[in-house]
Design a protein around this ligand. Structure first.
Ligand SMILES: [Zn+2]
Ligand SMILES: [Zn+2]
Length: 145
């Protein structure tokens, strides 16, 4: 299973050959930020009205918004994440000392910064049928609480 890596800025740092970037310079970046107070609703016209979000801004919320965004992308283009399958994915978010050479997407680590690359990696490497089943199961679990 590929993993999440941290992009480097230091001189001499090179992107590993088996890795792809998923930061904001790519179409896989997270358009949402941890301080965001609202979202633009482009389908409502121009200029796009802003819909304020009711929960206080947080990184976790930005990741939830990304998950929803990712699934909208999949609906438009089922192959959207396919070019990333099997690759390590690089973002700027912090990795802990133990994971400095990469963190498996599914591993939850309290010391690594939460990052949308984990979500991207999970979606890109799931078989599509399994992903649908996993999401359905999650919805069912939530509903039955
Ligand atoms: Zn870690
Ligand atoms: Zn990140």
């Amino acid at each position: 299973m590929p993993k999440r890596i941290k992009l480097g800025r230091t001189k001499g740092w090179r992107m590993p050959t088996n890795a792809k970037k998923v930061d904001r310079s790519t179409r896989y970046g997270n358009p949402y930020g941890p301080k965001q107070i609202g979202i633009c609703v482009t389908s409502w016209g121009y200029p796009a009205p802003i819909l304020p979000l009711r929960e206080p801004p947080s990184l976790e919320r930005a990741l939830d918004l990304y998950t929803a965004h990712a699934h909208t992308q999949l609906e438009h283009d089922p192959d959207f994440f396919e070019p990333l399958r099997g690759y390590d994915l690089g973002c700027w978010c912090k990795l802990c000392e133990r994971h400095k050479h990469g963190k498996p997407f599914l591993e939850n680590c309290p010391d690594c910064a939460p990052c949308h690359a984990d979500i991207v990696g999970i979606i890109a490497n799931f078989e599509r049928g399994d992903l649908a089943v996993a999401l359905e199961r999650r919805n069912i679990d939530e509903a039955s609480k």
